[in-house]
Design a protein around this ligand. Structure first.
Ligand code: HEM
Length: 344
């Protein structure tokens, strides 16, 4: 994150006559103006994505009719964390957008497809920027861009045409950054509504929403979050074009020559490592899931023969289990289930 923030707002060095960095100040280079906003936006983004992805798996289980305590708990814990963080992320997103407005004005112009500098700027939701500066399609909301950027219709917003064409994103790049930004904000806003729906049901009747539509939305929230994270990075990177280090180094100066043999070796190693990590991750998940399902079915089958308390917030719970009988072959304690009453 420090490297990316430095690429957006570089400092902590000067370039000598031949373009080499001198007078390097590591502390200033690491702690650049965009580090704080980017760091918190990213960290909160990945935690809430993890929450929605995990909860989404259990949402599918609940939609398929599994109502056991394990599924309800598996849904409730990660979804609650994500739901609490969603409005936080919305506020952080709003504040990072304002940081971009102040510290990376040309990127801001790209993400909002602003062509000419001026006040009273309208906000475009989606739409396409043409190379002559005109905009086709999209929904135009008068004055809103100026208001969002500086809380006043008189806020001056820098336009793309304020810098030479060679120093700003092309119309197509600006449109890509703009769409990525708008998709991120749209999904972020929908997630806030989903979190409010959940919070409302907890406040009203201390339980999960009952509508299957809630669980359908929860099931897709994880995938939507992953898409949002990618959109965030597209906004950051495409919006900075043609610079890799803003106003210091162009992407064309930084790309590695594809004829360099080390490039393909490095790419090969990265691909192999990631495939292995993904394979190991899936293997562990599948093993855990089948083991827990067996333990779950075992416990419920045992409890059905005895008295079963089935009106807990997390579903049925056996009352008089004493351990070995209901835990079946799984007594490693890692299942997340505790069937002893004293352990609840
Ligand atoms: C809802 C309102 C949101 C707004 C206004 C917003 C705004 C922004 C802006 C302006 C950037 C570019 C920062 C830069 O280039 O320096 C960005 C980047 C990013 N956003 Fe969002 N965002 C929002 C929601 C979300 C959500 C819900 C997620 C993830 C679940 C997310 C994930 C990211 C990521 C991963 C980046 C790239 C890394 C970074 O700059 O921190 N954003 N966002």
């Amino acid at each position: 994150m420090a490297a990316n923030a430095w690429m957006n707002t570089p400092r902590g060095f000067t370039l000598d006559a031949s373009g080499n960095p001198v007078n390097v100040d590591v502390r200033r280079a690491v702690f650049t103006p965009m580090l704080g906003p980017e760091y918190w936006h990213f960290v909160v983004g990945v935690i809430l994505t993890a929450g929605y992805v995990v909860a989404g798996v259990y949402a599918v289980g609940l939609l398929w009719g599994r109502r056991d305590r394990y599924h309800r708990l598996g849904f409730t814990v990660p979804f609650s964390v994500a739901a609490i963080l969603t409005p936080v992320q919305f506020i952080l997103g709003d504040s990072i957008a304002r940081s971009v407005f102040h510290k990376q004005p040309v990127k801001f112009a790209a993400t909002e497809i602003v062509w000419k500098t001026g006040t009273h700027m309208p906000e475009y939701m989606f739409g396409r920027l043409r190379s002559d500066g005109s905009i086709s399609g999209g929904i135009k909301i008068p004055q809103l861009d100026s208001i969002l950027a500086g809380f006043s219709v008189n806020t001056k917003v820098t336009g793309l045409s304020s810098v030479p064409a060679s120093d700003r994103p092309t119309a197509t790049q600006a449109t890509i950054a703009h769409w990525a930004f708008d998709i991120m904000v749209t999904i972020g806003s929908l997630l806030v509504l989903l979190a409010l729906w959940y919070g409302w049901c907890w406040l009203r009747h201390r339980g999960l929403p009952r509508s299957p539509w809630f669980f359908r939305c929860a099931a897709v929230a994880g995938a939507a979050c992953l898409l949002t994270v990618e959109c965030g990075w597209i906004t950051t990177e495409v919006g900075r074009q043609p610079w890799i280090v803003y106003q210091n180094m162009r992407v064309s100066e930084a790309v590695t020559d594809t004829r360099a043999s080390s490039l393909w070796a490095m790419l090969g190693i990265v691909v192999v490592v990631y495939v292995l990590v993904l394979g190991a991750f899936l293997a562990v998940l599948l093993k855990m899931s089948s083991r827990w399902r067996l333990a779950d079915e075992d416990a419920l089958a045992g409890a059905a023969a005895e008295d079963l308390e089935d009106d807990t917030p997390y579903g049925p719970r056996p009352l008089s289990t004493t351990g070995s009988g209901h835990r079946g072959g799984n007594n490693d304690g890692g299942s997340g289930r505790d069937t002893d009453r004293g352990g609840e």
